[in-house]
Design a protein around this ligand. Structure first.
Ligand code: IMP
Ligand code: MG
Length: 333
């Protein structure tokens, strides 16, 4: 366990927030490092409240867990300050001085440019334009922002020192492999690579320091925004199956059945060592109250076995309900 990277295997919204919050509590994670940017909200249920976190690491549910934002992160300052307040985590948050800043002009550009708003259908925060600014070498960085001064820390150094000491580090990837700028369905992608290697790079952790790559898949596939979705179901069928979801940006998610081929490729590109399957109870409602693998229905077990056969790695965690602890944990105890 010492250093685990968690990534999404499809188009985001696989349930990474839930899985990470479970691991933070169950495995007593010492440090949780978030990567990416505000576009991706991770949903965490904490003390009965549903939180949509765009920047604070999902490991915050463990009160002893240090929370870090890696140098690759783009920060939306008002959203970060709001989440610090909401989660009351200001005393254990560290921000890399080289995180870049999303400014108001980036948000406006994202929401008005025809190819971003109309064709790709971005989340509208301004992440893509902020990354453009960074690539032009004209971006504002966290170290330039007085409100962030109290949180600044050398994230790469902190994380590597903690890994060296054998403590437990979790690197929180965001979005999913098929939204990757390099490996996704270009041009219908986000502004960054979302694979495990890129996630480590954003945190400042080299590939030899990572022990596990946990890839998260939902029991069906969803996509929000433009771009191909193989075997996409008609809207009425999505509703009939109970798979209808509304995204954080208020848009209806498109849906398709679990895609074994895409899952297999995502495992390959991420170098994944284990997988989590979330929302099994949505596809197999009879599994809602199952608390062990043995209690799953024969149909559900067959589904999990088929996934394992196809992707070639074990399914170690299975989500059977929305709460952080509604998980079947098959890892060796
Ligand atoms: P952007 O990342 O906001 O530029 O959006 C680019 C594309 O990625 C759009 O299709 C978005 O809907 C999608 N996208 C970005 N982040 C997420 C996410 O966290 N979950 C699901 N879709 C996302
Ligand atoms: Mg999400």
């Amino acid at each position: 366990m010492p250093c685990t990277v968690v990534v999404g295997g499809f188009w985001g919204d696989e349930g990474k927030g839930k899985i990470i919050s479970y691991l933070a509590l169950k495995d007593k994670i010492d440090i949780c490092v978030r990567t990416g940017s505000v576009n991706a909200a991770h949903t965490v249920i904490h003390k009965g409240k549903v939180l949509k976190l765009h920047l604070i690491p999902s490991g915050f549910v463990n009160e002893n867990c240090r929370l870090l934002l890696g140098a690759g992160v783009n920060i939306h300052i008002p959203q970060l300050l709001k989440e610090i307040k909401e989660t009351n985590t200001g005393n254990r948050l560290g921000i890399d001085p080289q995180c870049s800043i999303i400014e108001e002009k980036h948000t406006i550009q994202d929401r008005t440019s025809s190819h971003l708003k109309g064709v790709i259908g971005t989340t509208g925060w301004g992440v893509g334009p902020a990354i453009e600014e960074r690539v032009r070498r004209t971006a504002k960085l966290a170290k330039d922002i007085p409100e962030l001064k109290q949180y600044l820390t050398d994230v790469a150094l902190e994380v590597n020192e903690v890994i060296e000491k054998g403590k437990k580090v979790l690197i929180e990837g965001v979005q999913g492999l098929y939204l990757s700028l390099f490996h996704g369905t270009y041009p219908y992608v986000t502004g960054r690579d979302t694979s495990a290697s890129a996630v480590c790079s954003e945190a400042g952790v080299g590939p030899t320091r990572v022990d596990n790559v946990l890839i998260v898949f939902k029991a069906y596939v969803t996509r929000v925004g433009g771009g191909p979705l193989p075997n996409e179901l008609p809207r009425e069928e999505v509703i009939r199956r109970g798979w209808r979801e509304i995204s954080g940006t208020g848009r209806e998610r498109r849906a398709a059945p679990f895609n074994y081929e895409l899952a297999k490729r995502a495992v390959m590109i991420n170098g994944a060592t284990e997988a989590a399957i979330t929302k099994l109870d949505i596809v197999f409602p009879e599994c809602k109250n199952a608390r062990s693998y043995e209690e799953l229905s024969p149909r559900a077990k067959e589904f999990i076995q088929k996934i394992e056969n196809e992707i070639g790695i074990p399914v170690t965690l299975i989500g059977v309900g929305p709460g952080a602890l509604e998980i079947i944990d098959r890892r060796a105890k």
